[in-house]
Design a protein around this ligand. Structure first.
Ligand code: AGP
Length: 608
């Protein structure tokens, strides 16, 4: 998710643009840039790092001019550096564009444009748009933008200026949010209302397939065929803090609620339904190299380690590859067996966790091919592994990891599909997995729509001092993750266990003061977990159960029930973890805890 701001009016644009992107830094902050039309020419300044780096780079040499663009980047294609920072320009250096989204067919377009003589400077998909518009530019900027966008597949929110048309700012939206801000003889465009709230509360939201032609004292919105579209002017009611959190009280809740979209972004462009497999070009490994892998080691920390456990179950069941999961902090110091046939996968949201980075380096020293499943593009782990796949989940600000976890599971399912279809899965089995993955965003949205019920259940347990989470099979690691979520933000002690292990000790803890959370969707081990629930009820334990819609057995036994839609066993954790994220969140809020910044914790543990 990047931050976009555009301005056209009577005031100096650069200071307004920089102030606007400053308010959007929470959306992405690995590089920033500004473009202003000054004395008939285009001035572009950009730098890797936080916005402050750009501001110090500018010093008092702020470009003069009353129309321009600014951008703060969350990298998706191309590592964060000066060249890949936005705005991007055309060959002639007279046209600048800023973009939020992913252009899926950027590769093919780049090749065609190079054949037409265009020269590229960056590794980004966005620069392709700059040259594509240049290719079509013949007088009208908006017609060139429309012609270019008709060639594009993927998601975008863009803003464009051109020195040859200094009175016009063009913006367009497909899949990434964009709005117009209406001022007195000045207009704005932004990816998020936070950027312009200080100047106007009158906004027009663009919808997918719409293009805006914005001038100092007028604007017009059309569809892709430049047919005029009438839009409502809305008045912003929210304050700044609320806007940054998408209207939610905390980043954690915003990120929980973003999961239908973040999972769509993780899946985007990877599912091949006809072949029943996944396209993962970032692995940088051929089919032969993947077939030579004899065992897999997945190494990570915390929530990412829980995802690794689920990945182990997926890969062993569906790709028939032996897998070991290792705490990175343990792997790096013991004498692990790794050779050229051992594929070592590091999972990390931040891509900066010191133990996981060290474990990857240790694996490379021993000759093992390494992959990363990482959210932050250009992070240390992403740069040091031999290949991998990005989550594209957008920035995760809340210290407790939520959307990154479910996106890690989806990424692991894509990797399992890719490897499984090489080794063990039929095309029909592959298609079943592809279809189940394709249904996930709507199913996730369905579960999240039940948040109010989860909030009521949390009310019943918020005074507990301890909790036990129990699951089997794919949902045993979900029990670990649910326990971690609760303890790290509400400070209630919670333990996750394989449900059958309860008889080997933890059952001594069961009484009416010990809530027990069972994760028991309808899967291959569902019947087994029923007996565990009866054992707890027989000892007056209070049971909260996460079950599949329509469940008529466990629901009758549990004190509180939260249901999730049915899916294939390997994907049940993506749905069953959602009520546990919400349960932990509402419990912590009720206990007055600082949900986004829990005590003693950091978002990324970059030290040992
Ligand atoms: C998860 O809620 C925690 N914040 C923590 O366990 C986290 O998952 C762990 O530190 C690993 O971080 P990473 O994914 O960025 O490597």
């Amino acid at each position: 998710m990047c931050g976009i701001v555009g301005y056209i009016g009577g005031r100096s644009a650069a200071p307004l643009l920089l102030e606007g992107v400053q308010r959007l830094e929470y959306r992405g902050y690995d590089s920033a840039g500004v473009a202003v039309i000054e004395n008939g020419g285009l001035v572009v300044e950009k730098a890797a790092g936080r916005l402050a780096k750009l501001q110090s780079h500018l010093g008092d040499r702020v470009p003069q001019g009353t129309i321009g663009l600014a951008h703060t980047r969350w990298a998706t294609h191309g590592v964060p550096n000066d060249v890949n920072a936005h705005p991007h320009i055309d060959c002639g250096g007279t046209l600048a564009i800023v973009h939020n989204g992913i252009i899926e067919n950027a590769g093919g377009l780049r090749e065609w444009l190079m054949e037409q003589g265009h020269r590229f400077r960056s590794d980004t998909d966005t620069e392709v748009l700059a040259h594509l518009i240049e290719q079509f530019l013949d007088g009208s900027l908006v017609e060139a933008v429309a012609a270019a966008l008709r060639q594009v597949e993927g998601a975008y929110g863009i803003a464009v200026v051109c020195a040859s048309d200094p009175g016009t700012l063009v913006a367009a939206r497909h899949g990434s949010p964009l709005l117009l801000g209406l001022g007195e003889n000045e207009h704005w465009v932004a990816s998020d209302a936070a950027a312009i709230l200080a100047h106007t509360r009158d906004v027009v939201y663009l919808d997918d397939g719409e293009i805006a032609v914005i001038r100092r004292d007028s604007y017009e919105i059309t569809d892709m065929e430049t047919t005029r579209v009438e839009k409502l002017v809305r008045t912003l009611e929210w304050d700044l803090a609320k806007i940054e959190r998408g209207g939610h009280p905390h980043f954690m809740l915003k990120e929980i609620m973003e999961q239908p979209e973040s999972i769509r972004n993780t899946l985007r462009g990877h599912l091949l339904e006809e072949q029943g497999t996944a396209k993962l070009s970032g692995l940088n490994m051929s089919d032969d190299e993947l077939l030579r892998v004899e065992r897999v080691v997945i190494t990570a920390c915390g929530t990412s380690w829980h995802a690794a456990l689920i990945g182990e179950y997926m890969l062993e069941e569906l790709a028939r590859i032996p897998v070991e999961v290792e705490y990175a902090s343990e792997f790096r110091y013991r004498n692990p067996i790794v050779d050229e046939r051992t594929l070592v996968i590091g999972i990390s949201q931040s891509g900066e966790t010191a133990d996981t980075l060290a474990a990857i380096r240790e694996a490379k020293r021993r000759g093992g091919p390494t992959l990363g499943i990482v959210n932050v593009v250009g992070s240390s782990i992403a740069r040091e592994v031999d290949g991998g796949t990005y989550l594209h989940a957008g920035p995760e600000i809340g210290v407790a990891s939520t959307k990154a976890f479910t996106c890690q599971l989806v990424a692991l399912a894509l990797l399992t599909l890719r490897l499984g279809r090489l080794r063990a899965l039929s095309v029909l089995q592959g298609r079943e997995i592809v279809q189940a993955l394709g249904r996930l965003p709507e199913q996730v949205a369905e579960v999240l729509s039940r948040a109010d019920h989860v909030e009521q259940v949390a009310e019943a347990f918020m005074r507990s001092q301890n909790a036990l989470y129990l699951g089997r099979g794919y949902n045993f690691p979900v029990a670990l993750e649910g326990a971690l979520k609760l303890k790290e933000i509400s400070y209630i002690h919670a333990e996750g266990y394989p449900a059958a292990e309860m008889k080997h000790g933890p059952i001594a803890l069961i009484d009416d003061m010990m809530p027990v959370v069972f994760i028991a969707p309808r899967d291959a081990v569902y019947q087994k977990i029923l007996s565990n629930v009866e054992e707890v009820k027989a000892r007056r334990g209070r049971v909260l159960a996460v079950v599949t819609d329509g469940d008529d057995q466990l629901s009758g036994l549990a004190d509180h029930v939260i249901t999730v839609p049915e899916t294939i066993d390997p994907l049940t954790p993506v749905l069953s973890v959602l009520p546990l994220q919400l349960f932990a969140y509402y419990t912590a809020v009720r206990r007055g805890c600082d949900v986004d910044r829990p005590r003693n914790l950091a978002k990324s543990v970059t030290v040992e």
